[in-house]
Design a protein around this ligand. Structure first.
Ligand SMILES: Cc1ncc(COP(=O)(O)O)c(C=O)c1O
Length: 442
């Protein structure tokens, strides 16, 4: 352990932690001080098995040498280059490598610094695209109930998680929502894609009938909704949505912030489902979570529609100081090299059947009312304590941490997404630890 790891902050009040129960945390802090492969080490020297890839982002496992070295070298070579009107080679190299692994036709990449910024960027590209292509009346954005698209205003407007929206005023206008696809009464304990619910995509027809297609710019969905508790699309649902968008000239945006970079056993969920969106939003696994970065992939015709007018003019009035910055680009290149060398963008496909079997062995565990899985994603839904929703799962999270397992909970759902390097033995360990925790849970 390095000297810096021994420092335990004695005043935790200044840092207002994101999406955290601050007061409870500060009474009993949970701190990680180092990590390697599948494990974190806590401030009190315990090993914690990572069943969530950090926050769905550390797909290659922790502190991987290629990525660490790439960042170290970059920091001493070119720390920062202005993002506007000037470039540096690694951003172009990364964009090229990304377009090579992206679904066909999505050959242009806009860099951001997070999933939330990628969502805003995608929504703005969609609106501006219609305007530059002579369809400026298309201003409406369609999201979905229970969706998570980050925390910025566009994202929470098209998102559908009530507590994330209700405090923040009127949000964007001109937004409508499709129904969510979670039908536990019909689909509980489904392995993989649920049978029922494809027809929920047809709700887009109702929205089109209400507003007219000529006012609708884009539909944004997570192919698999993660943060809201792992909602897996019913068989045929995404294809129906794709067909309806095409029929009505509406752009389809996939938010692949958690499904991108191997999580589904394919490079992207678009590959898994065989459906190409018009715009694809990514972040997290792009740099293995090491340096913040997002990438928005855009269909060639959309990109090309902007490339008109006098050449000295900026084509798209959008960008961030850190779009494609050298450190993030180096981290991205190191990450892609690691993914390629270890076959991680497709390793999930080999492991998925084992993962599915292991997870569903918990069907008879205490409090479990549903189990869902796809790729290397899993969810175990618990019955809520009456009158105290979320408390049971959050207690499971705290007990798991004490036992040496990192899980993630949302509502009363345990969401699992281990690094793609996870072994079969580690999958067994995750499942048996969860069974023990649930057995002892009130
Ligand atoms: C589907 C989806 N979109 C967007 C985001 C936001 O990403 P970030 O936290 O990097 O802003 C997330 C984060 O979990 C996500 O799951």
């Amino acid at each position: 352990m390095s000297a810096s790891n021994n420092v335990t902050p004695n005043d935790l009040s200044a840092f207002w932690m994101p999406f955290s129960a601050n007061r409870q945390f500060k009474k009993a802090p949970r701190m990680f001080v180092s990590a390697s492969g599948m494990y974190y080490t806590t401030a009190d020297g315990r090993q914690v098995l990572d069943a969530t890839a950090g926050l769905w982002c550390v797909n290659a496992g922790h502190c991987r040498p290629r990525i660490t070295e790439a960042i170290q070298q970059q920091a001493g070579e070119l720390d920062y280059a202005p993002a506007f009107q000037i470039g540096h080679p690694k951003a172009f190299e990364l964009a090229n490598q990304l377009s090579a692994i992206a679904p066909e036709g999505l050959d242009h990449v806009f860099f951001t610094n997070s999933g939330s910024e990628s969502v805003e960027t995608a929504l703005k590209i969609a609106l501006a695209y219609h305007r530059v292509s002579g369809q400026g009346s298309r201003f409406r954005l369609i999201g979905r109930e229970r969706a998570y698209h980050g925390v910025n205003f566009g994202g929470i407007s098209v998102g559908g998680i009530v507590p994330n929206r209700k405090m923040f005023g009127t949000l964007l206008t001109g937004v409508d929502h499709l129904p969510h696809t979670h039908l536990p009464e019909k689909n509980a304990f489904t392995r993989g894609e649920p049978e029922h619910g494809a027809e929920l995509a047809d709700e887009l027809e109702r929205i089109v009938a209400l507003h007219d297609a000529s006012t609708i710019a884009a539909v944004i969905v997570e192919p698999v909704a993660g943060s809201t508790g792992v909602l897996i699309p019913p068989k045929g649902y995404l294809q129906r949505l794709r067909d309806l968008c095409t029929k009505h000239g509406i752009l389809l945006i996939f938010d692949e912030v958690i499904t991108g970079y191997g999580r589904m056993g394919t490079p992207f969920a678009a590959d898994f489902y065989g459906i190409t969106p018009d715009i694809m939003v990514t972040a997290k696994g792009l740099t293995n979570g090491v340096i913040p970065m997002g990438a928005v992939f855009v269909r060639n015709e959309i990109h090309d529609a902007f490339m008109t007018g006098p050449e000295h003019l900026i084509e798209f009035m959008h960008g961030y100081t850190y779009s494609g910055n050298p450190m993030a680009a180096a981290a991205g290149l190191g990450t892609l090299a690691t993914y390629k060398e270890e076959g991680l963008l497709t390793r999930g496909a080999e492991l998925a059947p084992y993962w599915e079997e292991a997870l569903h062995s918990l069907a008879d565990a205490r409090h479990v009312i549903d189990i869902r899985n796809v790729g290397l994603i899993g969810a175990i839904e618990l019955s809520p304590i009456e009158g105290e929703p979320t408390k049971r799962a959050f207690t499971a999270f705290r007990k798991a941490f004490e036992k040496g397992l990192l899980i993630r909970t949302t509502g009363d759902i345990i969401a699992l997404s281990p690094p793609l390097i996870v072994s079969r033995a580690e999958i067994d360990q995750i499942v048996s630890m969860i069974r023990e925790i649930l057995t002892d849970l009130d």
